[in-house]
Design a protein around this ligand. Structure first.
Ligand SMILES: Nc1ncnc2c1ncn2[C@@H]1O[C@H](COP(=O)(O)OP(=O)(O)O)[C@@H](O)[C@H]1O
Ligand SMILES: [Mg+2]
Length: 260
């Protein structure tokens, strides 16, 4: 069996201007990163702010190009996939769902648009039925489908973003700090929802976090990233009970545990 996702020797250099003479230079935000995610797995990518986590997510989603390296979905080279196929393979949910939801569109419309694109559904009744199914799947009342993003709370907006991702029927969801902007009590609800979707639909996750407490109870595997390099990766139990790297030990010692 081919891995759902295989990332090989991924590198990303950004060009930056340095100093008063604005000399062109590069920063290497991602350095030779390799890993796999199997079907149904929850794999976490954990590291401090600026360590390259989002850049890795954006390359996998295809939002930015890698400088070198390869990305495969079930053995197929990602760059050879049609855009629609790629969107039906991998979807990203971001820290701030408000920024990614058009404020002028009702939730029903946002979800119908995604469904029409993904499933070629255009009949009104069929679309409405599917929208209601999506709202059920993410725990939002069907009665809210005519409401607009600003009428929802932060946690509800993240549920909407998850519903829109689900409309594409992805095999993998990149969850980039999905609860960092939410109150602690709401964080647990959203993480539980993500776990339910993993159990019920077999959706895999690349779960990006700067905080190990978020990922401890969810992850099958954990990768620790520092300055663009994965310094340690392994099964969750090993990383949490027997970390090898000083950097990982430091990350572990500085976190309170979140009960989910
Ligand atoms: N578009 C960009 N241009 C230049 N530098 C960038 C760009 N995007 C990210 N970076 C830099 O790359 C590094 C990694 O950023 P990022 O992947 O966002 O980190 P993280 O998600 O772990 O906080 C940081 O030093 C950041 O400033
Ligand atoms: Mg980030």
């Amino acid at each position: 069996m081919k891995s759902l996702l295989e990332v090989k020797n991924l590198v990303k250099r950004f060009s930056v201007e340095r100093g008063i003479f604005k000399k062109q230079g590069f920063i290497e935000a991602v350095k030779n990163v390799s890993f796999t995610i199997e079907k149904g797995e929850i794999v976490s990518l954990v590291g401090e702010s600026g360590s390259g986590k989002s850049t890795i997510g954006r390359m996998i989603q295809g939002l930015i190009q890698s400088s070198s390296g390869e990305i495969y979905f079930e053995g197929e080279k990602a760059e050879l996939l049609e855009l629609k196929t790629r969107a039906q393979t991998v979807q990203t949910i971001f820290q701030d769902p408000f920024a990614s939801l058009n404020p002028k569109l009702s939730i029903g419309f946002i979800l119908k648009e995604a469904l029409a694109q993904s499933k070629n559904l255009y009949k009104k009744e069929e679309l409405l039925k599917e929208v209601k199914n999506l709202l059920d799947a993410v725990g939002l009342p069907q009665a809210l489908l005519n409401d607009y993003p600003h009428q929802f709370s932060g946690g509800q907006r993240q549920r909407i973003a998850i519903a829109r991702a689900l409309a594409m029927q992805p095999k993998l969801i990149i969850a980039d700090e999905p609860v960092s902007a939410l109150d602690l009590s709401i964080q647990a609800q959203i993480l539980n929802l993500l776990m339910d979707l993993n159990k019920n639909f077999g959706i895999s996750y690349l779960l990006i976090a700067h905080d190990l407490s978020i990922v401890q109870q969810m992850s099958d595997k954990v990768m620790v990233i520092k300055n663009g390099e994965i310094v340690e990766q392994g099964f969750s139990e090993q990383i949490f009970n027997d970390p090898k790297e000083a950097y990982t030990k430091n990350l572990l010692s500085s976190v309170p545990l979140l009960e989910i």
